[in-house]
Design a protein around this ligand. Sequence first.
Ligand SMILES: *[C@@H]1O[C@H](CO)[C@@H](O)[C@H](O)[C@H]1NC(C)=O
Ligand SMILES: *[C@@H]1O[C@H](CO)[C@@H](O)[C@H](O)[C@H]1NC(C)=O
Ligand SMILES: *[C@@H]1O[C@H](CO)[C@@H](O)[C@H](O)[C@H]1NC(C)=O
Ligand SMILES: *[C@@H]1O[C@H](CO)[C@@H](O)[C@H](O)[C@H]1NC(C)=O
Ligand SMILES: *[C@@H]1O[C@H](CO)[C@@H](O)[C@H](O)[C@H]1NC(C)=O
Length: 938
Amino acid sequence: MDKLPTYRPNPHQRRSPLLRSPLLALVATVFTLGALNLNLRWQGTATANLPFNAAEILQKCSALDVQPGPPANFHSRTHSDRFQEGTAPTLIRNATIWTGRVSGHEVVVGDLLLDKGIIQAVGEIDQSTLDAYDDLVVVDAAGAWVSPGIVDMHSHLGVSSAPSLEGSDDTNSFKGLVQPWLRSLDGLNTHDEAYRLSISGGVTTSVVLPGSANAIGGQAFVIKLRPTAERSSSSLLLEPPFSLNKSDTEHSSRPRWRQMKHACGENPSRVYSGTRMDTIWAFRQGFVDLYDKARSIKEKQDQYCARAQTNQWDGLGDYPEDLQWEALVDVLRGRVKVHNHCYEATDLDGIVRLSNEFQFPIAAFHHAHETYLVPDLIKKAYGPTPAVALFATNGRYKREAYRGSEFAARILADNDIRVIVKSDHPVLNSRHLVYEAQQAHYYGLPENLALAAVTSTPAEVIGQDHRIGFVKAGYDADLIIWDSHPLTLGATPEQVYIDGIAQIAEPFSVEKSADLQRTPKTPNFDKEAEDALKYDGLPPLEPKEDDSGVVVFTNISSIYLRRGHAIREVFSVASEKESGTLVVENGAVICAGDCSEVSIAGGSRRVNLEGGSISPGLVTFGSPLGLVEIQGEASTNDGNVFDPLTSKVPSIVGGDGSVIQAVDGIHFAGRDTLHAYQAGVTTAIVAPATRGFLSGLSTVFSTGAAHKLARGAIVQDVAALHVKVGSSSASVSTQIGTLRHLLLGGGKGTLAERFRQVTEGKLTLVVRVESADIIASLIHLKREVEGHSGNTIKLTLVGASEAHLLAKEIGEAGVGVILSSRPFPGTWESRRILPGPPLTQDNAIAILHANNVTVGLGVDENWSARNTRFDAGWAALETDGRLSKGDALALASVNVDVLLGRNTENNDLVATKGGDLLSFEGRPVSVISPDRGVVDLF
Ligand SMILES: *[C@@H]1O[C@H](CO)[C@@H](O)[C@H](O)[C@H]1NC(C)=O
Ligand SMILES: *[C@@H]1O[C@H](CO)[C@@H](O)[C@H](O)[C@H]1NC(C)=O
Ligand SMILES: *[C@@H]1O[C@H](CO)[C@@H](O)[C@H](O)[C@H]1NC(C)=O
Ligand SMILES: *[C@@H]1O[C@H](CO)[C@@H](O)[C@H](O)[C@H]1NC(C)=O
Ligand SMILES: *[C@@H]1O[C@H](CO)[C@@H](O)[C@H](O)[C@H]1NC(C)=O
């Protein structure tokens, strides 16, 4: 037969004479054919008869080479398949809409009509259209920016849930190197606390990927984050593949895109222990074997279909399928968006070769810290050039990430490679994904691409750009109304819509100034981006020391200086015509503000700050700067101290009466340290790393010093005594009991001496703690000990996610708090966070500040000290004017010094060009250090 196959009932088929009713006859036919088919299979005999499911098979065959995508009539839809009955139509008036269209260059000022889960109209909307509604909810955006909802292309929401509990980690399977049959959906927890928080940051869609412990970790799923009426995991899915519930056999439309996680490099070695060579070989061999298996199934299907479609059913048997391998077969058919976690040039090279050898496209390389070094290699991948999904500044956490660059996004874009920024939630809290786009923009990614990097580009890469990622009539009604331009620091949604449903029941918003309603004018980093390439990802970061003796900073808009325990603005210009000057001689400030009276020697260096600012040097605490270089590489780190509570401290160390000092382990000129220095963080306070209760004595060091013996390198040998109280191998009550014992004089050796100093109020005790209940116990203990000694203990809490619950008591107890830059309910003990706008009016900083608690800002991550300036600026913006710029600078400088027992002078200053230290417009260009007698220039 050479005609195109059509389904014809077999005329020879015998029918039961008992059947009279046509309906019954039909049912019975299907039944008999089914039985016959089963029979034939049993006997394994060839037959000229059509199998009962021939239509289904032919349907499958004809769809084999159809590329996924929306059905042809998708854009004529009048309502969304995700529409929730009862959702009122909404009119958003007077919005400034970034649509994502015209390569991200289009901005429309006008209105938006949302109904039936989709955007019905954008711009000027006919009155007649509006008149058709009698139940319109009208929202006045008052000119606010509106963007498409954020699409997070790399998330573990729901599979790596918050709070993290032993019962909730469904990220990685460790059962094999290659497991394309696994589905992240099967672990998708609907109770992750993070959904609501991420929505409040504007995330409307996430790709939930399995982890990277395997070469092929399994299938990923695209979800929308809003709660559904059904409350099930499946009801969160956006366009799930029809094969998920076998509804593919009912659908004549095009298949839908599938997503799959692949990984290369270090992580897959977790399930295959061996050297790197072994791992790479096992990984490659795995691919070869398994792709061969998938390929052979694909070939069998193709052959089968060639025969079925020409009506050669004889001896054809069943359609060749393999539940275990079907997803990989689809990879080979180009019907799966492959997301490959891959960092280094060497690993990228291997995967690019593999994609050509086995002929499958890669949708995106994720993390991909070295892609910017090898753009031409990326373009050699099979099929369309993979996109690259990055962190903006998070790097150096392992060898693979060591050459990561903040300029990677713009360099890739310069090479016409599509750039996405992603969260890897909960690695980064996806609530703040827009901050990644902001940072990428700060370091040079053009505005249109930076916004696209969290909206339209990921939508395109996952094959959903027919409905999300753009503001366009007919698209899903997933939108964000912003309180400021989304690329400004601290930009926060005022409202978020998913499928046309407003997600924040009672949004709180902050009044933002007019200059935050436009794109920030970011510095020019062309030279630095060139250097990143020139030095193969490791450009020198050491500052250049001024050698002229006198440096004159001109064209200054504002000067902030330390005044006792506060930061004051001592100079500011009233108009653009004015400007200030700062004169520095041998590192010492001679004059600040109006220096017209000062005579300046010839040969001095002049630095035009172009309206920039002078601020105190920032102080960082929390990241182990100087103790950790590459987090994943033990040999680059100081390591952990012995914890006397949970293990035996060798007697040669001094047994359990010993206390370790961080100053003995500090190394200088690390990359995170120098990045911090270049970002205005001139000193760091670090405590020894511990996995248990006792940490030891912190030290204060200068981040710009070349080595320990350099002038001013160690600012203060011992700052404070540090312990940690919380869930660990010893019970919390044991830990509090131990503290009591030590504070009441029960210890021995140096440890006892140090605790005596604490009890006498001479040494600050710093406790890392999260839970409000433990904080209450600590305050109780403080009172108890003070009752005995009659002295006041200096106590500082670090982390303190739940401190806001006891703000009054903490204030009354005279206890200080160093908060994490932004809260996240990552653990049980930190689950009761105060999220801040738009979910709550206040944040923890504002509440503690209002209760007279001295608050400092700490950082959580090894790499993030460099972002302290933005953390402080953001905190000030979020507190709605209750914190001045001076207060914000204090959060990250003098307050940290005071809270950690620093008693040495800190006169460091930072000069920024173009804007101030707390904004995306300023760029630190110099550190002035009277204590070290230097002016460093970047
Ligand atoms: C839109 O909002 C801006 C800012 O509030 C306002 O100046 C303008 O008059 C509004 N336009 C309309 C058409 O309402
Ligand atoms: C199967 O999935 C399709 C596509 O998402 C959906 O339309 C259908 O309702 C699902 N069927 C069942 C029984 O869940
Ligand atoms: C000061 O900086 C501003 C902002 O960059 C610039 O417009 C102005 O020309 C500068 N003035 C001088 C005297 O350099
Ligand atoms: C920082 O690095 C150290 C050393 O590897 C590690 O133990 C610690 O968990 C890291 N901190 C964070 C927050 O990841
Ligand atoms: C904070 O301190 C100020 C000044 O000492 C005092 O007036 C105010 O009552 C205090 N507020 C609280 C909540 O204790």
